[in-house]
Write a protein that binds this ligand. Structure first.
Ligand SMILES: [Zn+2]
Length: 366
């Protein structure tokens, strides 16, 4: 639905200063290490795209927008405030992502909140705007609504216009950290905040329905994926008798193998290694006399694999390694080990028993 011309022209008179929190290199503003991602997420990795999505959503309603911060460095708070004041902005919105600690499980805090300067009254414009923001966010996202928070903050203290700092989730909550890089989540909060601005300014919002964003659970491997997950998958195709290079890179050659496998077993030949393909592959390997492997579908660390390591041949089931053969023969001879399952992982119990036999403190095998 297009914006009514009269509404658009009224909105054109409203300038909104959008402030993304922090900038490249701000220390400590990051999620804990995320296993599935292979790294931490910096707070501004959410703040900047969300702020840009907000600008786009506001502009679509006719509002004028400006950014207060630079992308290349962490712009000082005083500079941000000066820019908004100098431009005569009518509203100031600062975009942030909250945190309690630096580990998942440090706290159970989660959800969004809108912060206004401590000491503001509940009849203030800032309070009105902040209340509308949490209302609209609550209507569109399944996250916890932490409400309006009164706090002494530099940007809300020194700006001349109604100013709200929104925290849109917790970086140390695993679910919410998972939202940070989701484009759909940026757009969702942008639309919700825009609806709040429309209500605040008394101008009707005309835009599409807001859909709640969900973190995308990756249960497939596909072209251009890299890492340990791909390696394990390639290894399985190899076990199933396919000619495949085990290099941790899901390239075109790997895709061709997946397609060939899918075609052979009547699966949708899309070259995407998903749950159905993985299950079938595990089944095929099992029928070849190997122990049934766990299907691999989860991408591991997407760290660039620069130099694929050479595939080490698996030691034959019970052949001792060359370097260890003599010692193992001796150990068998004196009854420290029976020489079975040489490449299995020992439990602590087994290790202790072997050590005690070697020390002569436990009965030898013969
Ligand atoms: Zn922040």
């Amino acid at each position: 639905m297009a914006v009514n011309k009269t509404v658009f022209l009224k909105a054109q008179k409203v300038l909104i200063a959008i402030d993304w929190g922090h900038g490249p290199g701000t220390p400590g503003k990051e999620t804990p290490y995320i296993q599935s991602l292979g790294r931490k997420i910096q707070e501004e990795e959410f703040n900047i795209p969300a702020a840009k999505a907000l600008a786009a959503a506001l502009q679509a309603q006719g509002f004028k927008t400006m950014f207060t911060a630079d992308e290349s460095y962490d712009t000082p708070l005083a500079t941000r405030v000066k820019r908004a004041n100098a431009a005569g902005a009518d509203i100031f919105i600062s975009i942030h992502f909250n945190a309690m600690g630096h580990t998942f499980g440090y706290s159970t805090a989660k959800g969004f909140s809108a912060h206004i300067q401590q000491g503001m009254s509940k009849t203030s414009s800032a309070y009105k705007l902040a209340s509308l923001m949490v209302q609209e966010l609550a209507a569109g996202t399944p996250q916890v609504n932490r409400g309006v928070v009164f706090q002494p903050l530099y940007v809300t203290r020194w700006t001349n216009m109604p100013a709200v700092l929104v925290e849109l989730g917790f970086m140390d909550d695993p679910f919410e950290a998972g939202l940070m890089l989701q484009k759909s989540f940026h757009q969702e909060v942008a639309m919700e905040l825009t609806k709040a601005v429309n209500r605040y300014t008394g101008l009707p919002y005309s835009g599409g329905a807001v859909q709640a964003a969900k973190p995308v659970a990756r249960e497939y491997l596909m072209l251009d994926d890299q890492g340990a997950g791909v390696r394990a998958m390639q290894d399985y195709y190899k076990k199933a008798g396919y000619k495949i290079t085990v290099d941790s890179i899901f390239g075109k050659d790997t895709k061709a193998v997946v397609v060939a496998f899918q075609t052979k077993y009547g699966l949708k030949p899309d070259g995407v290694h998903g749950t159905a393909t993985a299950a079938k592959l595990a089944e095929v390997i099992a029928t070849l006399g190997n122990p049934k492997p766990k299907p691999v579908v989860t991408p591991a660390k997407p760290n660039p694999v620069t130099k694929p390591k050479e595939e080490k041949p698996m030691a034959k089931s019970n052949e001792p390694s060359k370097w260890a053969k003599e010692t193992i023969d001796k150990a068998k001879e004196i009854g420290v080990t029976d020489g079975t399952n040489l490449h299995g992982t020992p439990t602590r119990e087994e290790t202790i028993v072997i050590a005690m036999r070697a020390a002569g403190l436990a009965p030898r095998l013969k």
